[in-house]
Design a protein around this ligand. Sequence first.
Ligand SMILES: NC(=O)C1=CN([C@@H]2O[C@H](COP(=O)(O)OP(=O)(O)OC[C@H]3O[C@@H](n4cnc5c(N)ncnc54)[C@H](O)[C@@H]3O)[C@@H](O)[C@H]2O)C=CC1
Ligand SMILES: O=C([O-])C1=[NH+]CCC1
Length: 314
Amino acid sequence: MAETPALIWEHEVCSLLKYGELIPRLETALGKFSNRDSAEVIQPVRTTVPLQKHSGFLGVMPCYMENEGILCTKLVCFYKRPTGSTLPSTQATVMLLDPEYGNVKAIMDGDVITGMRTAAVSAISAKLLMCPDAEILTILGTGKQALSHYNVFTEVFSFKEVRVWSRSKDKAEAFAQSLGHHVTACESVEEAVRGADVIVTVTRSTVPVLSGQWVKPGAHVAAVGACRPDWRELDDTLMKQAVVYVDSREAAVTESGDIILSGAEVFAEMGEVINGTKPAHREKTTVFKSLGLGVEDAASAQLVFDKWKSKEKL
Ligand SMILES: NC(=O)C1=CN([C@@H]2O[C@H](COP(=O)(O)OP(=O)(O)OC[C@H]3O[C@@H](n4cnc5c(N)ncnc54)[C@H](O)[C@@H]3O)[C@@H](O)[C@H]2O)C=CC1
Ligand SMILES: O=C([O-])C1=[NH+]CCC1
């Protein structure tokens, strides 16, 4: 008889997951994903079921890592909440299974994993693609991903200036104040991004918010929102002037409106840069189009489970 699955709640995931351990695990996972070796990673593009009533979707994100003995799936619901709604836009649950028997080993909160692994992957993109003397970080959006991105970018790098922007100036100011007085709230996207070395876009927008005409040559953009084929965050000017990196080529041409609708060419996957099979063009304007991969959730969930088990034994 299989054991009862472990239930690992949000506060436990929060206390177990640390960027210092998560980042190297994600680098390894992305590298393995880009090798396309089925004994390392099998991870299809996520299946989505539209939730029309809520302008959202249920995403099912399975992944099998045979050599590491990891079998995992995330279920994530995304909603386009109306302005002013206090309900979360994503809700996620991660399930780890035993690949030998198929039983569920653990069910864990997926919100912290989604927030932290997405931000950690953006930080990996910046580590590889931003100019070495980057000083100014801009974050467009002030939601959950904005906070996790602020946390990891300020933990891993030392920016001299951090700017934030939201459609509502009050929200941008409240967010900036919650982070500390070294963060500036900006009135417009243009003001926020002019001269910035690294720009993170973490909005729920479905139309471009960031224009290439404001982006400094050589800047790095980590584009995290706009995860459906008809949604945008970046305009055609930026998509065409930048060297475009992605987490997954298959996902990019299936799910990314910024890539599909601009006709931009994908230069490389982040895993290819990690593996050294494609160059990191730090000297050029770069876009990392992140969509979020099951392999990132699988690597994160295994890390949480390993740490949870070793704590149980104490
Ligand atoms: N690439 C990835 O792996 C992942 C991507 N995401 C995406 O990241 C984005 C942000 O997610 P969360 O922070 O969880 O959402 P959230 O709801 O907590 O925050 C969204 C932010 O976007 C702003 N916003 C909403 N509509 C906007 C518009 N039309 N123009 C400009 N700003 C707008 C909101 O005011 C808020 O600041 C979403 O698009 C989500 O799909 C989320 C999880 C993983
Ligand atoms: O990877 C992920 O979990 C998501 N990507 C876009 C919405 C949720």
